[in-house]
Write a protein that binds this ligand. Structure first.
Ligand SMILES: *[C@@H]1O[C@H](CO)[C@@H](O)[C@H](O)[C@H]1NC(C)=O
Ligand SMILES: *[C@@H]1O[C@H](CO)[C@@H](O)[C@H](O)[C@H]1NC(C)=O
Ligand SMILES: *[C@@H]1O[C@H](CO)[C@@H](O)[C@H](O)[C@H]1NC(C)=O
Ligand SMILES: *[C@@H]1O[C@H](CO)[C@@H](O)[C@H](O)[C@H]1NC(C)=O
Ligand SMILES: *[C@@H]1O[C@H](CO)[C@@H](O)[C@H](O)[C@H]1NC(C)=O
Ligand SMILES: *[C@@H]1O[C@H](CO)[C@@H](O)[C@H](O)[C@H]1NC(C)=O
Ligand SMILES: *[C@@H]1O[C@H](CO)[C@@H](O)[C@H](O)[C@H]1NC(C)=O
Ligand SMILES: *[C@@H]1O[C@H](CO)[C@@H](O)[C@H](O)[C@H]1NC(C)=O
Ligand SMILES: *[C@@H]1O[C@H](CO)[C@@H](O)[C@H](O)[C@H]1NC(C)=O
Ligand SMILES: *[C@@H]1O[C@H](CO)[C@@H](O)[C@H](O)[C@H]1NC(C)=O
Ligand SMILES: *[C@@H]1O[C@H](CO)[C@@H](O)[C@H](O)[C@H]1NC(C)=O
Ligand SMILES: *[C@@H]1O[C@H](CO)[C@@H](O)[C@H](O)[C@H]1NC(C)=O
Length: 854
C-alpha cells in the first residue's frame, strides 16, 4: 500500500516535472524572422527585425527570383516584409536548423501583388513541411480578395520533428501552366509544448491527442480587450485580435478590465506562454441584469473549413468574483454542451488566477462554428452571468497530415465591386484600396464591423417578426438580410415593382414614389439637374407634389454594390429621424431603378462653402454652428439610436446645409455590412475617403465609432483652414491636412493653418479650445479620442467662448465635474423644446444622457 502511494507520488512528480520543464525551457528558445527576397536586416512598424532569407535557401536550387512589389497597398502599414518577395517557378525547399524536440510556430506572410512579370492572380501552390500539407492549391490572391485584406498571414504549429532540419517546400501547382509560388515573410519560433489531450465535445469519455498533431491557427482573440501586436505577446510573436467582430446577436454583454493595481498570478503549472497577461486582464461578461442574461446566449460565430477537427481553447481569469459559485455558466460549442458548470474561481481557487479549457470538436455541414455562454441554473450561483477572457481556435491536421482547406470564395458583391470600379469617386471604388484591412490575419474570416453587424442582426430579427418569419413574402430586392439559406443573388431576382416592400420598411415612414413621378420631377433625369455624383450614382434636384424641392438619388442599376448601399440607406435612414440627419422622404423601386428621395439641402455641401467654389466665405460662428450640427448628427448615430451606427465616411461633402443653414449629416451608403450575417467579411473593406481615414482602422481592422471621431477631426481642421483634407499640390509634409495640422500643433504654429478669411474673428480661447478638440480627435489610438458626445460638448463650449467671452468661467468649472451632466443641460436648453417635438427624439435624449440605456 505504502509502495503504491509512493509510486503515485513519483509518477505525479515526474509528470509535473516534465510539464514544468517543457514549459520553462525558455532560455533555449530561438526564432527565425525572415523577410524573403530582402538583402539586409530591416525593422518593421512594430519594431521587429526581419533578416534576409538567403542563408536558409540552398544555393543549389538556383531557380528562385527575388522581386519587389510594384505597388504598395495603402493599408500596408509596414513595407517590411511585404514589399519584397521570393518567387519560385519550380519546387524549392528552405532548410532551417532546429531543435528536434521542440514544437514550432510557423508563420507565412503573403502579399499578393504584382512582382516583375508575375501577377499573383495566377499563382497557385502548395506548402509542405515534413509530411504535413500546410497549404494546397493555395491562391493568396483569391484569399486576400475574399477576406478583403491586403496581405495574409497563415500561422501553424508544427509537432516536434525529431530531426534537426526543418524543410519548408514550396511547390507551384501543376494544374496551371504559368503557376508559380511566392513568399514574403517566414517566421519560425520555437515554442514550449502547450497542448495536451483534450476532450471531444459530445463524447466526454474521448480525448484527442493534440500533442501528436500539427495545427493551423484560425482565430486568436483577446476577448473584451484590444489588439495585441506580435511584440507584446509573451515572446512567442502571436497576434491577438479584438473579439467584437465575431459577436453574434444584439446582446453582446459588456467588457471589463482588471484594475492596473491587480496582479495576474499564473498558477505553478501555467506560464505566460499560454497567453500574455493582457489577455487575462480584460474580459467580456454578460452584464449585470439577470433577467436580460436569462434571455440570451453570449455568442460568437466563426467561419471555419468543414470536415476538420478543431481545438477550441477558452481562456479565463476572473478579476471580479472572489469565491466559488458566484458566477457559474455553461459553454456551448455548435449548440452542444461542452461544459456544464464553468466556475473560474472554482478552477483557479483565487481571484486573478488564469485558467484555460480545451475542447475538440469536429465541424460538419455548415462552416459556421458557434461558441456560446449561458449562466447555469443548477448551482444557484450568486450572479447570473458568464465570463470569457480569450479564445483560440486551431484546426487539427487530418489523418493524412493535411491542414489545407479550399480557397475561400469571394462574395458576389465583392467580385462585382472589383469589376465595377469606375463610377465611384470615393475610396471604396478604388480597386487597390479595397483590400484595406490589415487583419493580418491568422483569422480566416475577419471582421471590422461588429457593431453594424449587430445592427443588421437586429434589423433582420425584427424583419422576421414583421413578416411573420415568412420568407416567401420577400419577393423583391428590398427587404434584404435574407436567411442563411437564401443566396445573395436571389435578392435581385424579384424585379417587379413592389411598393409593399418599401412601405414595410421603417414602419411606413418611407413613402413610395412611382417612376413616373420621379421622371416628371426631374424632367426625365435631365443632366442640368444633376447636383452631385456620389458613390452610388447621380443626385438630381427635383420637385414633387407640385413644387416641393427634393434631392433624388438614382442608383446605377448594374451595380450590386450600389444595391446594398441603397438598401442599407433605406433601412437606416427610414428609421432615423433627427434634425441633423438628412431625412429620407421616400424611395422608388421600378424597372430595375433604385431611387431615393431626400429633403433638398438648398445650401449644398459644407465643402463648397470652404474652398474652390467662390462662394462667400462663412463666418467663424457659422462654421462653428455647422460643426456643432454635424457633431449632433453623428453623436445621435453613435448613441441615440437603439444600436450604434458608424457612419464610416465622415467628410465635408457628406455634411449638407439646408436653406436655414442647419447642418445635416448625409450619405449612409457606407454605414453597412454585407447582405447577410454570413458574409460579414464584406463589411471589412476599408471604406471611407482618403485623407479622412482613421489610421487605426487601417492598422487594426477595428472599426469603432472612434473612426468617425477621427474623420470628424479632419473636418474640424478643414473648417478652420479652408483647405482640402488632401492637397497633392502642396509640399510633401502639407499634403495631408491631418498630418500637417498635428505637425503645426506640435510646433505651436497653428496660426499658419488658419483660413485668412476668419483670422481676425476668432477669440483666442475659443481657437485654443477648438484646436485642442480637433487634435484630440486625431489621436493615434481610438481609445485616446474623445467620444462624439464630448466633441459636441467642447464645440458648444467653443461657441460660448466665442459669443460670450466673459460668461463661461462657470461653465469651465462644471466641465471639470462632469461633461455628461453638462452636456445634458446644453441639450435640454438648446434642443428639447424645438427638436424633440418635430423629430420625436425625446427617447433619444434620455439615451444620450444615459449611455447604458441602450
Ligand atoms: C541581422 O539580424 C540578426 C538577428 O537580429 C543578427 O543576428 C545579425 O547579426 C544581423 N545582421 C546584420 C548584417 O546586421
Ligand atoms: C523546372 O524544372 C524543370 C524540370 O523539372 C526544368 O525543365 C525547368 O527548366 C525548370 N525551370 C526552371 C525555371 O528552373
Ligand atoms: C531544454 O533545455 C535543455 C538544457 O537546458 C536542452 O538540452 C533541451 O534541448 C531543451 N529543450 C528544448 C525543447 O528546447
Ligand atoms: C493580373 O491578372 C488578373 C487576372 O488575369 C487581371 O485581372 C489583372 O489585371 C492582372 N494584374 C496586373 C497588374 O497585370
Ligand atoms: C531537407 O532538405 C535537404 C535539401 O533539400 C535534404 O538534404 C534533407 O535531407 C532534407 N531534410 C529532411 C529532414 O527532409
Ligand atoms: C498548358 O499549355 C499547353 C500548351 O501551351 C496547353 O495545351 C494546355 O492546355 C495548357 N494547360 C492549362 C491547364 O492551361
Ligand atoms: C493546473 O493545476 C490545476 C489544479 O492543480 C488543474 O486543475 C489544472 O488542470 C492544471 N492545468 C494544467 C494546464 O495542467
Ligand atoms: C465534407 O464531408 C461530407 C461527407 O463526406 C461531404 O459530403 C462534403 O462535401 C464535405 N465537405 C467539404 C467542404 O469538403
Ligand atoms: C445553433 O443554433 C442556432 C439557433 O438555434 C442555429 O441557427 C445554428 O445554425 C446552430 N448552429 C449549429 C452549428 O448547429
Ligand atoms: C443557448 O444555446 C443553447 C445551445 O444552443 C440553446 O439550447 C439555448 O436555448 C440557448 N439559450 C438562449 C436563451 O438562447
Ligand atoms: C496529424 O498528423 C499526424 C502525422 O501524420 C498523425 O499522427 C495524427 O494522428 C494526425 N492527427 C489527427 C487528429 O488525425
Ligand atoms: C484550385 O483553386 C481554384 C480556386 O479556388 C479552384 O477553382 C480549383 O478548382 C482548385 N483546383 C484544385 C485542383 O483543387
Amino acid at each position: 500500500m505504502k509502495f503504491y502511494t509512493f509510486l503515485v507520488i513519483i509518477t505525479t512528480f515526474c509528470s509535473l516535472l516534465s510539464k514544468v520543464y517543457s514549459l520553462t525551457n525558455v532560455t533555449n528558445s530561438y526564432s527565425f524572422v525572415l523577410s524573403c527576397g530582402a538583402t539586409s536586416n530591416a525593422t518593421d512598424a512594430d519594431g521587429r527585425i526581419w533578416s534576409p532569407d538567403s542563408t536558409y535557401f540552398p544555393s543549389s536550387s538556383g531557380n528562385s527570383i527575388t522581386s519587389k512589389a510594384k505597388y504598395q497597398d495603402p493599408s500596408l502599414i509596414s513595407d517590411i516584409p511585404y514589399m519584397t518577395a521570393r518567387i519560385f517557378k519550380n519546387q524549392t525547399t528552405y532548410s532551417f536548423p532546429v531543435s528536434p524536440k521542440s514544437r514550432h510556430w510557423i508563420r507565412l506572410h503573403f502579399y499578393p501583388s504584382s512582382y516583375d512579370n508575375f501577377n499573383c492572380s495566377s499563382s497557385f501552390f502548395s506548402v509542405n513541411i515534413a509530411g504535413f500539407t500546410l497549404l494546397n492549391n493555395f491562391s493568396a490572391s483569391i484569399t486576400a480578395q475574399a477576406l478583403t485584406q491586403a496581405y495574409i498571414i497563415r500561422e501553424f504549429t508544427l509537432v516536434p520533428l525529431q530531426t534537426s532540419t526543418l524543410n519548408i517546400t514550396f511547390t507551384p501547382s501543376s494544374a496551371y501552366n504559368d503557376s508559380f509560388a511566392f513568399i514574403n515573410g517566414i517566421e519560425i519560433v520555437s515554442m514550449p509544448e502547450i497542448f495536451e489531450p483534450a476532450p471531444m465535445v459530445g463524447f466526454s469519455d474521448q480525448t484527442t491527442e493534440t500533442q501528436a498533431s500539427s495545427m493551423q491557427t484560425m482565430f486568436r482573440l483577446n476577448v473584451g480587450g484590444q489588439y495585441i501586436p506580435a511584440n507584446n505577446d509573451s515572446s512567442l510573436g502571436r497576434i491577438w485580435y479584438d473579439d467584437a467582430p465575431y459577436l453574434f446577436g444584439a446582446s453582446f454583454g459588456i467588457t471589463s478590465a482588471a484594475n492596473n493595481s491587480m496582479k495576474i498570478s499564473y498558477p505553478s503549472n501555467l506560464t505566460n506562454y499560454i497567453a500574455p497577461e493582457d489577455v487575462y486582464r480584460t474580459a467580456r461578461t454578460m452584464g449585470p441584469n439577470a433577467d436580460v442574461n436569462r434571455n440570451y446566449n453570449l455568442t460568437w460565430i466563426f467561419q471555419v473549413d468543414t470536415n476538420f477537427t478543431y481545438l477550441v481553447r477558452l481562456h479565463f481569469c476572473d478579476f471580479q468574483m472572489k469565491r466559488m459559485n458566484q458566477r457559474v455558466f455553461k459553454v456551448f460549442l455548435n449548440n452542444q454542451t461542452a461544459l456544464e458548470e464553468a466556475d473560474v474561481i472554482g478552477w483557479s481557487s483565487a481571484q486573478n488566477v488564469p485558467a484555460y479549457k480545451d475542447f475538440v470538436i469536429y465541424q460538419t455541414g455548415d462552416d459556421d462554428m458557434w461558441v456560446a455562454l449561458h449562466p447555469t441554473d443548477e448551482t444557484k450561483a450568486q450572479f447570473y452571468d458568464a465570463i470569457l477572457n480569450g479564445l483560440e481556435i486551431f484546426k487539427i491536421n487530418d489523418t493524412k497530415g493535411n491542414l489545407a482547406g479550399p480557397n475561400p470564395v469571394p462574395s458576389p458583391p465583392l467580385a462585382a465591386a472589383d469589376t465595377d470600379s469606375q463610377s465611384k469617386p470615393a475610396f471604396a471604388s478604388n480597386k487597390t484600396s479595397k483590400k484595406g484591412i490589415i487583419v493580418g490575419s491568422v483569422a480566416g474570416m475577419t471582421a471590422g464591423l461588429s457593431i453594424v453587424v449587430v445592427v443588421l442582426a437586429c434589423v433582420k430579427r425584427r424583419k422576421n417578426i414583421n413578416n411573420g418569419g415568412n420568407k416567401s413574402s420577400r419577393g423583391g430586392w428590398l427587404p434584404i438580410y435574407s436567411s442563411r439559406s437564401t443566396e445573395t443573388r436571389t435578392i435581385i431576382s424579384g424585379k417587379s415593382s413592389g411598393s409593399s416592400h418599401i412601405s414595410n420598411i421603417g414602419g411606413g415612414l418611407c413613402r413610395y414614389f412611382t417612376l413616373a413621378e420621379i421622371k416628371q420631377g426631374t424632367k426625365n433625369f435631365d443632366e442640368s439637374r444633376v447636383i452631385g455624383v456620389g458613390g452610388f450614382g447621380k443626385v438630381y434636384r427635383g420637385e414633387i407634389d407640385g413644387g416641393t424641392m427634393v434631392a433624388i438619388k438614382r442608383a446605377n442599376p448594374s451595380s450590386e454594390q450600389g444595391l446594398h448601399e441603397f438598401q442599407t440607406e433605406i433601412e437606416l435612414l427610414s428609421k432615423l429621424r433627427h434634425r441633423h440627419l438628412v431625412s429620407l422622404i421616400g424611395a422608388c423601386e421600378e424597372n430595375d431603378e433604385m431611387i431615393l428621395v431626400y429633403d433638398y439641402m438648398a445650401n449644398g455641401t459644407l465643402r463648397e462653402h470652404l474652398y474652390k467654389h467662390n462662394k462667400p466665405p462663412l463666418s467663424w460662428k457659422q462654421r462653428l454652428d455647422i460643426c456643432i450640427g454635424a457633431a449632433r448628427g453623428l453623436h445621435y448615430l453613435h448613441t441615440g439610436a437603439r444600436y450604434t451606427i458608424i457612419h464610416r465616411d465622415v467628410k465635408t461633402t457628406n455634411i449638407l446645409v439646408d436653406d436655414k443653414w442647419v447642418a445635416k449629416v448625409s450619405d449612409f451608403g457606407l454605414s453597412k455590412t454585407g447582405p447577410n450575417l454570413q458574409q460579414t467579411h464584406v463589411s471589412t473593406m476599408v471604406k471611407g475617403s482618403f485623407g479622412y481615414l482613421d489610421p487605426e482602422y487601417f492598422r487594426r481592422q477595428q472599426l469603432t465609432e472612434k473612426s468617425d471621431v477621427y474623420s470628424f477631426g479632419v473636418v474640424l481642421f478643414e473648417v478652420l483652414s479652408g483647405r482640402p483634407a488632401l492637397n497633392a499640390s502642396l509640399p510633401k509634409e502639407q499634403v495631408s491636412l491631418a498630418d500637417w495640422a498635428l505637425h503645426c500643433h506640435r510646433k505651436n504654429t497653428t496660426m499658419e493653418l488658419m483660413d485668412p478669411h476668419i483670422k481676425g474673428e476668432i477669440i483666442e480661447e475659443c481657437l485654443k479650445q477648438f484646436i485642442d478638440t480637433a487634435v484630440s480627435c486625431l489621436s493615434d489610438h481610438g481609445t485616446d479620442r474623445p467620444s462624439m458626445g464630448s466633441v459636441l460638448w467642447n464645440l458648444e463650449y467653443c461657441l460660448q467662448l466665442q459669443s460670450d467671452p466673459d460668461e463661461p468661467k462657470m461653465v469651465a468649472e462644471q466641465k471639470a465635474n462632469d461633461a455628461y451632466a453638462m452636456h445634458k443641460e446644453l441639450l435640454t436648453v438648446a434642443e428639447e423644446g424645438k427638436e424633440s417635438a418635430e423629430d420625436s427624439t425625446d427617447t433619444v435624449f434620455s439615451q444620450i444622457v444615459n449611455p447604458q440605456g441602450r
